[in-house]
Write a protein that binds this ligand. Structure first.
Ligand code: SAM
Length: 243
């Protein structure tokens, strides 16, 4: 019997899982999933627990070792493959046209060439397959810096073409919904949904997040696809399909 109730549903990931759940419900078990930059398996392992076959491509051997341990502990080692590789060189690492679902969460911010990576992600999908893309939102970074009094960093983020605070920024770029969607449509994908992830979860006092997580979750769910709230979320989640 597959374990299907283990997906995390906290405010940091619930909106993404709600979208993925629709795909899972549509497809049933046995999806072929590729998680590029999938790290230690925060999405991969629950997907495998739900009966799907997940290949995680990641540059970090340490992350992949943790993934392998986590998959074994969850009893799904046979449905999780760990593949060390560079997201910028995805073509040739995973087969083209075979995946039902490709995840690329928190990776486009650090790769050499996001347009090339997105082209490779699209090539990995079978016709009808879906891409789940999660990227850092420039607007949220501007607001959080400004609210914390770091006005020079906020101003730099506003005007920098890549949405960086400067050379010390750990990210190479940040996105807005229009720019991220344009990357996907440029490679022939149809953007079906755009949600904000962590609209207020990183802004509310910790006492609220800890004291009433259900209320926070309900708020995040309600605000996730409503402009302008979506547009100030810490991350943007785009869900796109290959024709
Ligand atoms: C912020 S973590 C995100 C992990 C996971 N996708 C998630 O959302 O929980 C970024 C991951 O991307 C990996 N990574 C960074 N640069 C990469 C690259 N060029 N190619 C493949 N993986 C990369 C890191 O090792 C790390 O595991």
């Amino acid at each position: 019997m597959e374990r299907t109730h283990t997906r995390p549903t906290g405010p940091r990931t619930a909106v993404v899982w709600a979208v993925l759940r629709e795909e899972i419900d549509r497809h049933g078990s046995g999806m072929v999933v590729v998680d590029v930059g999938g790290g230690t398996g925060g999405f991969a392992v629950p997907l495998a627990e739900a009966g799907h076959y997940v290949t995680v491509v990641d540059a970090s051997p340490d992350a992949l070792a943790a993934l392998t341990r986590r998959a074994a502990e969850a009893g799904v080692a046979d449905r999780v493959a760990a593949l060390q590789g560079d997201g910028d060189r995805l073509a040739g690492l995973v087969p083209e046209g075979g995946a039902d679902l490709v995840l690329c969460h928190s990776l486009l911010e650090v790769v050499d060439d996001p347009a090339e990576v997105v082209a490779a992600l699209a090539a990995t999908l079978r016709p009808g397959g879906a891409l789940s893309l999660l990227v850092a939102n420039r607007a949220a970074a501007v607001l959080s810096r400004a609210m914390n009094g770091h006005l020079a960093a906020a101003a730099a983020l506003l005007s920098d073409p890549d949405g960086r605070t400067g050379p010390g920024d750990k990210l190479r770029r940040r996105f807005d919904a229009t720019g991220a969607a344009a990357l996907l449509t440029a490679v022939g994908l149809t953007v079906e949904k755009i949600h904000g992830v962590r609209v207020v979860a990183d802004l509310v006092p910790g006492s609220v997040a800890d004291g009433d997580p259900d209320a926070l979750l309900a708020f995040e769910t309600a605000a996730a696809d409503l402009a302008p709230y979506r547009d100030i979320a810490t991350q943007l989640h785009l869900y796109a399909r290959k024709a």
